[in-house]
Design a protein around this ligand. Sequence first.
Ligand code: CTP
Length: 398
Amino acid sequence: MLSGKHVLLIIGGGIAAFKSLDLIRRLREQGAKVTPVMTGAAQEFVTPLSVSALSGEKVFRDLFDLTDEAEMGHIELSRAADLIVVAPATADLMAKMATGLANDLGSTLLLATDKRVLIAPAMNVRMWEHAATQRNIATLSGDGILFVGPGNGEMACGEYGPGRMAEVPEIVAAINAALADGPMAGRHVIVTSGPTHEPIDPVRYIANRSSGAQGAAIARALSALGADVSFITGPASVPPPAGVRVIRVETAQEMQAAVEAALPADAFVGAAAVADWRIETPHTSKMKKTAKSAVPSLSFAENPDILAQVAGMAKGRPRLVVGFAAETDDVVAHATAKRSRKGCDWIVANDVSPSTGIMGGAENEVVLITQEGAESWPKMAKAEVASRLATRIAEALA
Ligand code: CTP
């Protein structure tokens, strides 16, 4: 529920703008106050009158509207809300945000705000996939902008693929997560997830079978308890959850740098399957097979152990450091040894022998190793493991 919450909704100019009308209704049903802002193009798709009627509020449209400035300046407008939501976030608006342009009311509010910003991108699939948009997405994620969607689907333009704005219930859920007053409100948690890819040459890499499902579920569960989550993910096969700050990386070294940049944090959860080794010197051009060439030999270098580094921080160590142990035999003994070797507070251990079906599957059976000993949890859905773990983390930080 969102009673007492104030959302500043910036409506961008795309065909998906019509969904913003339903979004306003659903947010108000949950008790939120919605202050609408429309870009010039948005007014071509839905009328300010409809937006004002549904929100029960004045629609802000113009940066140079002196009446508005006299009543409430744009700086104040950008900070009065608890959360800024941009839906639909067009390619143009995202490009403005990524470069810091402020040439209309919406972009100026986004530059001036000190509040969290959640965007629901919506655009044609080619525009979404364009290198420029992809660069902007990376920049915005790095700036801490929260994303919900886009989804895959049929578009108004007749094409199919990613770019379709998230459905309204999904946006409402992401808003709830971003505004949650749960036991983790005000706490920052870093979650690493997914595999890492270690390049051999520009086209080949070494990877592992982690899907990123458990890490994504943990990030989602922590966010649902109100945590501010930095989700640092390798190339996973499941999408990141909505409402968390997503930082995408490929290699262990990139993951380490992203973790360092995201610190400080109240808790660190290392759910990523980080490659222990990388190729010492990846080839800068593609390795060629020639008639005379022998089978290549690869020489490896050890990757930084991110978990051990965070756990061993002399200054600014997160209060709770949680690691994972994927074992195939003697799970408790190996995981208990790993806990002390890495210096972390807890280890979530599981048996990943192929016969268990855990790696890549929907269920997990874990043992939680703490200072007090080993605690076996029954087999349950990864989402349930995540919510139990999130609750335990909240208790530990209370
Ligand atoms: N981890 C990490 N950085 C690495 C390797 C692992 O942060 N370079 C983290 C993982 O995210 C996980 C935990 O350490 O939380 C367990 O990793 P694992 O690879 O199982 O540990 P190892 O030390 O490699 O132990 P083993 O060789 O026995 O598997």
